[in-house]
Design a protein around this ligand. Structure first.
Ligand code: CIR
Length: 255
């Protein structure tokens, strides 16, 4: 078994990225690229084989590959991103995934960003956000029923994606920002809450029994470590200025 992480280099156009809940500020492209390489090194340190797609000068947000697909054990679903500017990102991601999974897709008028899909076991929690709509939820539910996945919708109002508000940091453990999502939604899960001073701290990338986690949230990191979670810290401060986080920069799956 090989664990693959699909990534894509930081676009020289990243300063023109989409923003939903953050103010625009200058992004240092050289630093962003260096941080992205550090992130890829962290993926490799955790046993992933990184398949890096070349940076695309025409697609400002294309480093955030997570939003273009949902990769499950049996199939991959190519999304139809909510931001029109991001829709052309899916073609090259489909090309990268095609050798590994049969491909399904979300069709208009459905819109879905991968950042809105949180898998816990056979349940997919899907955010109804500014980017992902009920039509896509319904399509996902119907298309994945034969594979025995249950889709549950979760309202997301004050942040970009569901995974801005909650991620899985263990088989039955979630890291949650309760100001953005009600932890009671995740029935039966152990809940670790972020430090309330650290907005955005609920996004962690779990690889097996470790998590890749941003350096900018030391208090929440302490909570994770106290709860027995093994944390690998990366500096992604420039990518955070583009409203990015650690889950969104890779698609990780087994092949
Ligand atoms: C966007 O607004 O679409 C990008 N600037 C950020 C996307 C981050 N994606 C993610 O967290 N899944």
């Amino acid at each position: 078994m090989t664990r693959i992480a699909v990534t894509r280099g930081v676009s020289p156009a990243i300063s023109r990225c989409e923003l939903a809940h953050q103010e625009r500020c200058a992004i240092d492209l050289t630093a962003a690229r260096e941080q992205h390489r550090g992130y890829e090194a962290a993926l490799e340190a955790l046993g992933c084989r990184v398949e890096a797609l070349p940076a695309d000068p025409g697609l400002a947000d294309s480093v955030f590959v997570e939003d273009a697909a949902i990769v499950l054990d049996e199939v991959a679903v190519i999304t139809r991103p909510g931001a029109v500017s991001r829709r052309p990102e899916t073609a090259s991601i489909a090309g990268a995934l095609e050798p590994y999974r049969p491909l399904l897709s979300i069709e208009a008028p459905g819109t879905l960003d991968g950042g809105d899909v949180l898998r816990i076991g056979r349940t997919l929690y899907v955010g109804l956000s500014g980017r992902s709509n009920q039509e896509a939820n319904d399509q996902l539910s119907a298309t994945l029923r034969p594979y025995n996945y249950e889709v549950r919708s979760v309202a997301v109002e004050e942040c970009l994606h569901l995974k801005s508000a909650v991620t899985a940091v263990g088989d039955d453990t979630v890291l949650v920002d309760r100001q953005w999502v009600d932890p009671a939604v995740f029935v039966g899960a152990r809940v670790i809450e972020i430090d309330p001073h650290e907005r955005g701290a609920a996004n962690a990338l779990r690889i097996e029994n470790r998590v890749i986690y941003p350096a900018s949230f030391p208090r929440t990191r302490h909570r994770l470590e106290t709860a027995g979670i093994d944390v690998l810290v990366v500096d992604v401060s420039e990518l955070q200025k583009a409203e990015g986080a650690v889950t969104c920069c890779s698609l990780v799956f087994e092949a």
